[in-house]
Design a protein around this ligand. Structure first.
Ligand code: SF4
Length: 163
């Protein structure tokens, strides 16, 4: 198949979330007839186990982290997992780069500290703020078109346009 979409693996039914669960999204799975769906889980690719302690970005968003300003810390024990998050983002982009010319877009799971496209969680509360996850920021920095898992109309449009 000569059209590729890079997808957060949890959206395709992989149990790679921090709590071992998945975020199956039927609208994303439905794209499989028209595209090669390349699953990536930046947190697993960064070497973190599943399940793993939940983590959030401290100080800014994914762009701050890739610029060396923000950090990623586990919520409870405040363990610094910035290097794992950065490694996972780099490895995810490397996988996408294998198909670079064929990649139509990247669909990432909203609100995740790795994959969030429009919103991520504030470090000190369960409220949301505008911002990107670390992998989302690196995909954008590398010129990829990134779509949120919650932009269902855009996702359905991809299926209509590339039947
Ligand atoms: Fe899903 Fe991304 Fe979290 Fe992996 S890092 S579980 S792909 S949201």
């Amino acid at each position: 198949m000569d059209r590729v979409i890079v997808v957060s693996a949890c959206l395709l039914g992989v149990g790679c979330r921090y709590d071992g669960r998945k975020n199956l999204c039927k609208e994303v799975v439905a794209l499989k007839d028209s595209f090669f769906l390349l699953p990536v889980c930046p947190e697993q690719l960064g070497g973190l186990p599943t399940p793993r302690p939940p983590a959030k970005i401290y100080g800014g968003d994914g762009f701050s982290v890739i610029e060396g300003e923000g950090r990623v810390l586990t919520v409870e024990r405040k363990i610094d997992v910035t290097s794992e998050f950065l490694k996972g983002a780099v490895e995810s982009v490397k996988l996408a780069d294998i198909y670079k010319e064929k990649v139509v877009c990247v669909i990432l799971k909203e609100r995740s500290p790795s994959c969030g496209v429009k919103t991520i969680y504030n470090f000190n509360s369960d409220t949301l703020k505008q911002g990107k996850g670390v992998a989302a920021a690196l995909f954008i920095r590398n010129g990829y078109k990134v779509i949120s898992s919650e932009e269902l109309e855009k996702i359905k449009k991809l299926k209509r346009e590339f039947k």
